[in-house]
Design a protein around this ligand. Structure first.
Ligand SMILES: Nc1ncnc2c1ncn2[C@@H]1O[C@H](COP(=O)(O)OP(=O)(O)OP(=O)(O)O)[C@@H](O)[C@H]1O
Ligand SMILES: [Mg+2]
Length: 328
């Protein structure tokens, strides 16, 4: 494991090697899913939060837990049930009899990596408490502000099936997630590998080695901040976000937060791919995950195949990408 303190500066090559090692460790537990796993890592490296939207049993919890282990971050998990209260997440003041005063007991938000499971099953007030923590990096309880650890990242899961009694996240809140990814079903061989590995290890849990720690993650994030983005690539990101707003199927397109998300996530992806500059292909690789959940299609199209993802495909096909970039 590579340990770092906050004075460590990683060279680009060191950072890229650590990112690869993290993915390698995660791959020891999770079969397949290279692209979504790479996207999740890119988002964390770009200091973002991720929404994982998929059906039950596809390895979401396993992936979240394994990322926490490989990144050396404290892991916590909160199940978002209909009766979950904001204080169940943030923590609350508890009367301590021994010293006759109230002390703050921290809730599950105080973690390096929080798996927020099934956030669409909890009412808006509790969703808001989570989204506030994601945005502000702090929580306020009874007028007192408590900073969250740095890094603090949320991997939230949501079931795509709208059961009765779910509370779909409003668009304004979806926008807080840098990426939305789906895992999708494994291929037959991958699914057999899941079964075979389970039989071979003779127990349920899988654990992987820590590749780095919280300070190391901060150093990786600092390395991502140094990744270069040519003006032509930045303008390409803006043009893609703008084009989602002009598309005929769209009621509300991506905001400038979408353009920014595209640039930042593309930088995280560039590091995962071992480059210290962003190329248009990085932008294309992350565009669906960054933009699709920020797009609302017109209500009259809800029964058709129109979707945010299709709009992103269309704009990727229509907006010209900048030509080959020169790099010394
Ligand atoms: N790609 C995969 N690689 C390895 N194991 C997997 C994979 N997909 C599923 N599994 C196994 O299937 C089981 C279910 O996975 P997990 O609990 O992570 O699913 P989930 O997506 O979190 O489901 P839910 O939505 O119900 O919470 C676990 O035992 C996990 O190890
Ligand atoms: Mg789960």
């Amino acid at each position: 494991m590579t340990t770092s303190d906050d004075t460590t500066t990683l060279t680009h090559a060191e950072a890229a090697a650590i990112a690869q090692e993290v993915l390698e460790q995660v791959g020891r537990a999770v079969v397949g899913k290279q692209k979504p796993l790479g996207l999740v890592l890119a988002a964390i490296l770009a200091k973002g939060h991720v929404l994982i939207e998929d059906f039950p049993g596809l390895g979401k919890t396993l992936a979240a837990r394994t990322f926490a282990q490989a990144l050396g971050l404290d892991f916590s998990r909160a199940q978002f049930t209909p009766d979950l209260l904001p204080a169940d997440l943030t923590g609350s003041y508890i009367y301590d009899q021994r010293v006759s005063e109230f002390s703050f007991r921290r809730g599950p938000l105080f973690a390096g990596l929080l798996l927020a499971d099934e956030i669409n099953r909890t009412p808006p007030k509790t969703q808001a408490a989570l989204l506030e923590a994601m945005q502000e990096g702090q929580v306020t309880v009874e007028g007192e502000t408590h900073p969250l650890p740095v890094p603090f990242h949320v991997l939230a899961t949501a079931n795509p099936v709208e059961y009765e009694g779910t509370y779909p996240l409003p668009e304004a809140q979806l926008d807080r997630f840098l990426l939305r990814v789906g895992f999708g079903y494994p291929t037959t061989d991958e699914e057999y590998a899941v079964v075979a590995r389970r039989l071979e290890r003779q127990r349920e849990e899988v654990s992987v080695e820590a590749v780095t720690d919280a300070a190391g993650v901060r150093a990786l994030q600092a390395a991502v901040e140094r990744i270069k983005v040519d003006e032509s690539v930045g303008r390409y990101c803006v043009a893609l976000a703008e084009a989602t707003r002009d598309h005929q199927d769209v009621l509300i397109g991506a905001s400038p937060r979408g353009s920014l998300g595209l640039v930042l996530a593309a930088r995280g992806w560039a590091l995962v791919r071992g480059r210290d500059y962003v190329i248009p292909e990085d932008v294309k690789a992350v565009a669906g995950a960054v933009l699709a959940h920020r797009i609302t299609v017109k209500p009259e199209l809800w029964m058709t195949k129109a979707s945010g993802s299709r709009v992103v495909e269309a704009v990727l096909a229509s907006v010209p990408a900048p030509g080959a970039l020169e790099h010394r």
